[in-house]
Design a binder for this molecule. Structure first.
Ligand code: AMP
Length: 464
């Protein structure tokens, strides 16, 4: 979970990356960073927090030049500390290189251990740094060749942008886990995790990089390369469920349309007699619109989200019930009181949010609360870049539907079927990764057991 944006040959490169990151803020709020090449040196600025906190006008003025890239981070590996904030910038025999990464390398820990045994000294605990080490150890006259070699040694999910003294390079892993789009902005090439950033900048989308595609832009020159083809495509369909912004196009589909279709299908699969459909904002909004259309039950904005809650709000000393959720969400009593409510959300992870929201809606006077979820039960952790907790913390990994219903205290509960979800996207069903629901990890995963310091494979068979 991260957002990346880069631009080549633009007079206001750093400002445009800054704006691009603004549009990608939903992909990570932990840290933000930006690097610019001014023709002689790389200037980097990174900080903890959101884009607006990190980049003040004086900071942006320092970041001159026509080439820049940036990152908003939501950590999946590595702890949430400044040293893990991206871009990571290093000096190599090929010159300075900066990198930003969205995704997670399934063999990152393994490659890192191998490199450390050979003497590599890592600056961060993030998996991204292994790519730079692999490149630095294998310099080539053309830095793109060094990257292509390095990428053949890593597995898993990556959408990458690299900045060098020569140009900008974009790369997408052969499975196509994470999105990455190319655009044109006032004659300059730009790259973004999502197309919504192009809308803000007035850039035209030139389409997604193909899985395994590497694009190098040097001034006006563009070269395209292909990594060896993957056996199985694995586009992360959770991008459509939760992660991407609804005004983006991801994997060839408009996210808003996919989410609405999921809601329509959910209404067909799990109808209920009720008075109003209420979304849990923001992620439940489009599926709730779909549910309302599919069921002919009126839609109401019955819950309001406070969009201005920063990461560091002050907790009251007296405990207030459900404070954490209530500070973000509050029901509109007039729309809820005395009515049977269908509450629509995108997913249940631990179950704690749903439980609190159901309670809040009941306290606001709902006579019945029916919970509808626009994706199947999340049973498996993601190892490809979405931040999900350990398997034991996933409520659906441990309990069946009846037990979850009991926990969230709703009158009924239904999830969208996997088939229903895959019918809502336009690509072939087997081109999407569905590991978080099925445990079918398409790219083998290995990691280091921190206690024993040895490699072990992650179990992939379903133990249900
Ligand atoms: P909970 O069940 O309490 O863990 O929270 C579930 C809520 O978190 C849902 O309403 C989702 O919108 C949201 N959500 C789903 N996946 C993630 C994720 N990977 N990171 C943060 N929030 C998520």
């Amino acid at each position: 979970m991260c957002g990346i944006f880069g631009i080549e040959s633009h007079d206001e490169a750093a400002s445009f990356v800054y704006l691009g990151l603004y549009a990608l803020q939903h992909r990570g709020q932990e840290s933000a960073g930006l690097v610019a090449w001014d023709g002689t040196r790389m200037c980097v600025e990174r900080g903890m927090g959101q884009v607006a906190d990190v980049f003040r006008p004086a900071v942006l003025e320092r970041l001159g030049g026509q080439r820049a890239l940036g990152h908003t981070r939501y950590s999946t590996t590595g702890t949430s500390v400044l040293s893990n904030a991206q871009p990571i910038v290093v000096k190599t025999a090929m010159g300075p290189i900066a990198i930003v990464h969205n995704g997670h390398l399934s063999n990152g820990a393994e490659v890192r251990e191998r490199l450390e045994r050979r003497g590599s000294i890592f600056q961060t605990t993030s998996d991204t740094e292994v790519i730079l080490h692999l490149m630095a150890m294998n310099p080539r006259p053309d830095v793109v060749d060094s990257l292509l070699l390095a990428l053949q040694e890593v597995r898993g999910a990556y959408s990458l942008l690299l900045l060098t003294d020569q140009g900008l390079i974009a790369a997408r892993d052969p499975h196509g886990f994470r999105p990455l789009v190319m655009g044109e902005c006032q004659g300059a090439r730009c790259f973004s995790s999502e197309s919504c950033a192009f809308d803000l900048l007035g850039a035209t989308s030139l389409g997604e990089l193909e899985p395994g595609e590497v694009v190098a832009v040097r001034g006006r020159d563009i070269e395209r390369y292909s990594l060896p083809k993957a056996q199985v495509p694995a586009r992360c369909v959770f991008e459509h469920v939760y992660f991407a912004r609804p005004d983006s196009e991801v994997f060839g589909d408009a996210v808003s349309e996919v989410r609405t279709a999921m809601g329509v299908r959910l209404a067909e699969e799990s109808p209920v007699s009720a008075d109003v459909v209420v979304p849990v904002p923001d992620s439940g909004l489009f599926p709730a619109i779909g549910f309302s259309r599919g069921s002919d039950i009126p839609f109401e904005h019955g819950m309001i989200r406070n969009h201005y809650v920063g990461r560091t709000f002050i907790q009251p000393e007296q405990s207030i019930r459900d404070f954490g959720v209530r500070v973000k969400l509050n029901p509109v009593r007039r729309l809820i009181e005395g009515r049977r409510i269908v509450l629509v959300d995108d997913s249940i992870v631990r179950g704690t949010t749903s439980r609190k929201i159901v309670r809040m809606v009941r306290e606001a006077g709902a006579t019945e609360v029916h919970l509808r979820i626009s994706s199947p039960p999340t049973r498996w952790p993601c190892h490809y870049g979405i931040d999900t907790p350990r398997r034991d913390d996933l409520i659906a990994a441990r309990y069946d539907l009846e037990e979850i219903l009991g926990y969230v205290e709703a009158d009924s509960l239904a999830y969208l079927s996997l088939e229903g979800l895959l019918d809502s996207v336009s690509g072939p069903p087997d081109s999407y990764c569905n590991a978080c629901w099925t445990g079918d990890y398409r790219v083998p995963i290995s990691t280091i057991d921190p206690k024993q310091g040895r490699l072990f494979p992650i179990r992939t068979e379903d133990s249900q």
